[in-house]
Design a protein around this ligand. Sequence first.
Ligand code: HXC
Ligand code: NAP
Length: 304
Amino acid sequence: MDPVKSPQGSACEPPPDVDTDDCLQDYSYLYSPDILKGKVAFVTGGGSGIGFRITEILMRHGCQTVIASRNLQKLTESAKKLSAATGQRCLPLCLDVRQPQSIQSAVDEALKEFSRIDILVNNAAGNFLCPASSLSFNAYKTVIDIDTLGTFNVSKVVYDKWLRDHGGVIVNITATLSYRGHVLQVHAGTAKAAVDAMTKHLAVEWGPNRIRVNSLAPGPISGTEGYRRLGGHHAEASGFHHTIPLLRTGNKTEIAHGVLYLASPLASYVTGTTLVVDGGSWLTSPNDFHSLLDVWATDRKKDK
Ligand code: HXC
Ligand code: NAP
């Protein structure tokens, strides 16, 4: 397939991004810079990768934020960078999405600081390549615990403590892995499919409380831990970009823009759905068992 050169500013051209957990050097506004003015967002896993960029883009649109995960030192460094780049407040808080007590304490702390939570982004997740036959019972359970139960735990606490009485928006970051049964991904694929189901259930139950609940499913996103762990660089070297309809990986800002849309009043009638942001990737990805088994075996040798 011959790539067609995109004209400057075409609708398929990616916005600038940086691969590290640092803020963008330049940002050109597409939406009103004030679209989230006065709002507060709680982003799990907001200290790194996709969650970091989501937090930055929300803050660039007037939002104050809480970033919450296990590693407080990393979160504190990220919060400093985010505040310096955007001029908004960012509060780093320690929690494990598997431990309801730690979530309750963090949400109490967030409400003490900001007196509201308008947007919850369930972005925290754990993943690695592993064939089902080699996955221990605990390895499978661990991913389900973080991705699926973690999403429910945080949603329930934020609902009980704020959203039920005030309304708001929940965005769950999921994946397209289950759409075609991606190889070496039974743990993450089933975990994220359950979250997409949870999105629909909660949208239906919580809609009358003026809460919108949606999923956003990214494709392969460069400059992230997920991309590195899932053999992204190996796939890149073997030319897999050419199998993606838009002929490239996505970047973190593109995912953040999807979250911005779902969290903003532009999506005021959108609930219970999954926005796939993957350049069409899941439709055409090779899903190649042997090639990914090679990546897994090589990584395993390196780890020994
Ligand atoms: C097989 C593994 C494994 C691996 C851990 N386990 N890593 N099994 N292959 N590479 C097993 C362990 O042996 C153990 O089982 C069980 O999983 C729990 O491992 P722990 O290390 O005790 O768990 P924990 O400390 O809670 O860490 C969770 C984690 C870790 C998921 C294992 O990797 C983590 O914290 N990840 C967070 C960051 C991350 O994963 N980012 C990428 C998200 S990307 P036993 O039986 O030995 O007790 C993503 C992309 C989705 O989600 C879709 C992309 C297209
Ligand atoms: P990442 O940087 O590793 O993000 C995962 C975050 O989750 C980390 O900040 C981590 O912080 C946090 N976390 C993990 N376990 C946790 C726990 N038990 N409690 C609280 N926080 C926890 O990876 P990423 O690639 O950016 O992934 C972000 C999201 O995008 C995930 O939901 C992932 O499934 C999804 N996704 C990514 C891709 C991709 O190409 N990268 C594709 C599809 C979907 P701590 O270590 O501090 O806890």
